[in-house]
Design a protein around this ligand. Structure first.
Ligand SMILES: [Zn+2]
Length: 869
């Protein structure tokens, strides 16, 4: 699975229910093992419910009068067990809201082979959890999303990844609709007014990889050409809702080459007899159902002129899901404890194979970015290791986070880089052949790698990163001609993280001389046998931060524009981390920002701009520093903007490619907002005025929010009032959302005060007010007022968003931009009382405290540094 960030938090809503003591909360008791499913579903998407007849063959390990299994919100008409010719009526009861059910029999079922049969109906879900339906352009469609524990909402099952069996499926639906499952269709027959589609038995699958799709779909047919690993063409279809019928060509053309690259990597043919690549409008992310992958519309449906970022995402996500067809589907984790292995490996493969598919798109570098983003989270004292015990169904979905994907992916890449590509690949192939169509654990994967590497220390290294949280920082120091590397746990300024040690695959570079070693002690001499600048994280693949003597930093900063992107990202990450640890100074940051602006990759040119903007968000730029701080943005990013030109009128840059368009938007923000450039601000304000006066050709929509926000910031409450009135009166419906967004992101403290105390217009709905408040929370000059308001209206907003712990969970995310010790205490007390202790809350509160401590200690120093420039 590959989820968009926001969806991860949405899946957290299932609260732990109060359950009877004997209800299993994780693994079911090891009594019944399914060996085959026969699933007959009637799915008519325009109905509110679907119905099913399901039979499960099970092996009973001992005689039993009752059995636990899974089923959620199924209206059970009949449940029986058959043993040979005998029939045992059962009482079916759902005993837990998360979908644990119990079958009770009057007399005990004998040990051995039993068939359980069920007749039931159930409601369609309305979002991507279970068997769900969505209306698109007046027509209803149905899809499934079962990972992690939602198959049980579609059929009674033993809904655990450790049970892999064949599934024989029929789908009965309205004539004319497409119906598809994991296996090829083998028969179509009339069934009364409906049509029954029969599918071949699947290869052994766990429930979470089963999929059904029914609807008036648009379909593009093709095939993947035979490969050295596969003698016959692989049938391929791209499937989407009717209105998307013209957007299938890109996926049809590009899915095949990715399959071929994966076959070459794994050394075996695609593990399933067909591949459907399916788009759904509400998926959010993507899911690796065996032979029937489902993606969000935005991920699968694009054309060759799509922005580079969208093509990169297509390559990464499609390669990720298709890599799962082997790693996850062919060989499946035994239990959710080993989910990390599935996702970390697929994440690394997604970037790697994506990169091979289109080297021009630089997809591999994004894996490194994702790894460094995960470090910011992993560096907090509150956290978790990648590999984690999961004993409760309610905890499974929380494991799909940045630690699993970002850190896990980078750790896999680091070990693969250290072992060498071929040895690592051989270990993966060995693992696939040992466990194909079965299950495997983390230890079994490690054993396969060890057998391929002939080096047990590699596994100790892997374990040191997988079984403990935290980020190592390696400090390089020169004395008497010897370069020494020392490791400790990275800690933000003023925090005490427990001491930890790793076995770090340390790869350093000097010129063309690359040197890799395992740093398995607190400190050891290292050999750098080239000439020139020391690059402490060669390639950028190491999951560690570094710190250097001042002279080595100077040299590295000067070399920044010439570094490969992965190494340049590592430099940005490590210098800024050193700064927030209280070591590197402001002058070094500024020197790096100026140097990196000359890097050939746009991503690197902009990276320090975003980080510099963070200085002000963290309250580090006092009034005395403001002129020099603003001038820095104009100095660095002004010339870049001048080079590509800027005209706010719609269509003025219609001939630019999508990437230049995106670059311009970023640069205009840096220069006008962060740099406060008066000329550009006046130009945007004039364009905003003209647009408000009715001239649709004065200002492009892309610059509308920024132009309005700047104008509100400069003109204050009177203009905010006028803008709000215009929006509420419906005089400019196209401006309504942008108007309120501009007010709430203006960063004007007086406007915030007005919004929270005087602006009580009943036409402005509570949900809009909540959204506005969440934007005010983000700016340094308005966040205190916004927090006070949010806390005062907490119950109201909580009720508005569904009650329970949902709002407090979201609030931890919203409040984390606070930056005072008092705010940390307030947020901590309020949210812990409302929603209990969660890792998200612990992290948010710690982040607020870190920001506050750093500001209190360093704002003076940073301000003085800018004021003296
Ligand atoms: Zn995945």
């Amino acid at each position: 699975m590959r989820l968009a960030g926001w969806l991860v938090s949405l899946t957290l809503v299932a609260g732990a229910p109060v359950a009877a003591q004997d209800v299993p909360q994780g693994l079911l008791p090891d009594v019944a093992a399914p060996t085959a499913y026969r699933i007959d579903l009637t799915i008519v998407p325009e109905n509110e419910r679907f119905s099913g007849h399901v039979e499960i063959d099970v092996d009973l390990k001992k005689a039993a009068r009752s059995l636990f299994l899974h089923g959620r919100d199924l209206n059970m008409a009949r449940a029986v067990a058959r043993v040979g010719k005998r029939s045992f009526a059962a009482t079916y009861t759902q005993v837990d809201p998360l979908g644990v059910a119990k079958l009770d029999f009057k007399t005990a079922l004998p040990k051995g082979k039993v068939t359980l049969a069920f007749d039931y109906d159930a409601p369609f879900a309305s979002s991507a959890a279970g068997l769900y339906r969505v209306k698109v352009a007046d027509k209803w469609y149905a899809w499934t999303q079962f990972q992690s524990i939602d198959a049980r909402g579609a059929f009674p099952s033993f809904d655990e990844p450790g049970h892999k069996t064949p599934f024989t499926v029929t789908l009965t639906t309205t004539p004319g609709l497409l119906a598809l499952g994991n296996a090829p269709e083998v028969d179509t027959a009339t069934a009364g007014a409906l049509v029954k589609h029969s599918f071949a038995p699947t290869r052994p699958l766990p429930t979470y990889l089963v999929a059904f799709v029914v609807g008036p779909m648009a379909v593009a047919h093709g095939s993947v050409r035979p490969s050295p690993q596969r003698a016959t063409p692989l049938p391929l279809r791209i499937v989407a809702t009717e209105p998307n019928k013209d957007k299938l060509a890109f996926a049809l053309e590009n899915s095949g080459p990715i399959v071929t690259l994966l076959e070459r990597y794994f050394g075996t043919e695609f593990p399933f007899p067909k591949l459907d690549q399916i788009a759904s409008p509400v998926m959010g992310g993507a899911m690796e159902n065996a032979g029937a992958d489902i993606y969000d519309d935005s991920l699968l449906l694009l054309d060759a002129n799509a922005p580079v970022a969208q093509q990169q995402l297509f390559g990464m996500v499609v390669a990720h899901e298709l890599a799962h067809q082997w790693f996850g589907d062919l060989v499946t984790p035994k239990w959710w404890d080993d989910l990390w292995l599935n996702e970390s490996f697929a994440n690394w493969m997604g970037y790697r194979i994506g990169n091979e598919w289109r080297p021009d798109l630089d997809i591999g570098v994004d894996a490194i970015s994702e790894g460094f983003e995960a470090m910011d989270l992993d560096a907090l004292v509150a956290g978790r290791p990648i590999h984690q015990k999961i004993s409760n169904d309610a905890d499974i979905d929380a494991a799909f986070d940045q630690i699993t994907y970002g850190k896990g992916g980078q750790v896999v890449g680091m070990i693969a880089g250290y072992m060498g590509d071929e040895k690592f690949r051989d270990g993966v192939r060995l693992h696939m052949s040992r466990h194909k169509y079965g299950n495997a654990t983390t230890d079994q994967f490690f054993a396969s790698l060890a057998d391929a590497a002939h080096d047990p220390r590699v596994l100790e290294s892997l374990r040191s990163f997988v079984d403990q949280q935290g980020v190592p920082v390696v400090t390089f120091h020169r004395a008497n001609g010897v370069l020494t590397a020392s490791q400790q746990r990275f800690a933000y300024f003023g925090t005490n993280a427990p001491a930890e040690q790793w076995i770090i695959p340390l790869c350093i570079r000097q010129g063309d001389a690359r040197n890799c070693t395992l740093l398995d002690k607190p400190s050891a001499p290292v050999v750098a046998n080239g000439t020139g600048t020391l690059v402490p994280n060669a390639g950028g693949w190491g999951y560690y931060r570094f710190d250097l003597d001042p002279a080595d930093w100077d040299s590295l900063i000067a070399a920044a524009p010439t570094l490969p992107t992965g190494e340049a990202l590592a430099v940005d990450d490590s210098l800024w981390a050193s700064f927030y640890a209280g070591k590197a100074n402001t002058a070094q940051l500024v020197a790096l920002a100026r140097a990196m602006a000359r890097h050939p990759k746009t991503k690197m040119q902009l990276d320090n701009g975003t980080r510099l903007a963070g200085l002000r968000d963290r309250g580090l730029i006092g009034a005395a520093a403001l002129p020099a701080y603003r001038k820095l943005f104009v100095d660095i990013y002004g010339p870049m903007l001048a080079k590509i030109g800027f005209d706010p009128k719609p269509g003025a840059h219609a001939n630019d490619n999508a990437d230049t368009v995106e670059l311009r938007e970023q640069l205009v923000g840096f220069v006008a907002d962060n740099g406060h450039d008066p000329v550009l601000r006046a130009r945007l304000a004039a364009a905003a005025d003209a647009r408000l006066a009715g001239d649709a050709h004065a200002l492009d929509d892309a610059f509308l929010p920024l132009a309005l926000a700047i104008t509100v910031q400069d003109r204050g409450v009177p203009f905010a009032r006028t803008l709000a009135e215009m929006a509420l009166a419906g005089k400019a419906p196209d401006l309504r959302e942008a108007a309120f967004r501009a007010i709430a992101s203006s960063g004007n403290a007086d406007v915030a005060k007005w919004y929270f105390t005087e602006f009580n217009d009943p036409r402005y709905k509570p949900r809009q007010r909540l959204f506005g408040a969440s934007l005010f929370l983000k700016d340094a000059d308005t966040r205190d007022a916004a927090l006070e308001y949010m806390l005062a209206h907490f119950d109201e907003f909580s009720k508005l968003t569904g009650g329970g712990g949902i709002f407090s969970g979201r609030s931890a995310e919203m409040f984390k931009a606070q930056c005072s010790l008092a705010a940390a205490d307030t947020v901590d007390a309020k949210l812990r009382a409302e929603g209990g202790s969660t890792l998200g809350l612990d992290r948010a509160v710690e982040g607020i405290r870190n920001c506050a401590r750093f500001k209190d200690a360093k704002a003076g120093e940073v301000t003085a540094a800018f004021a003296g420039m």
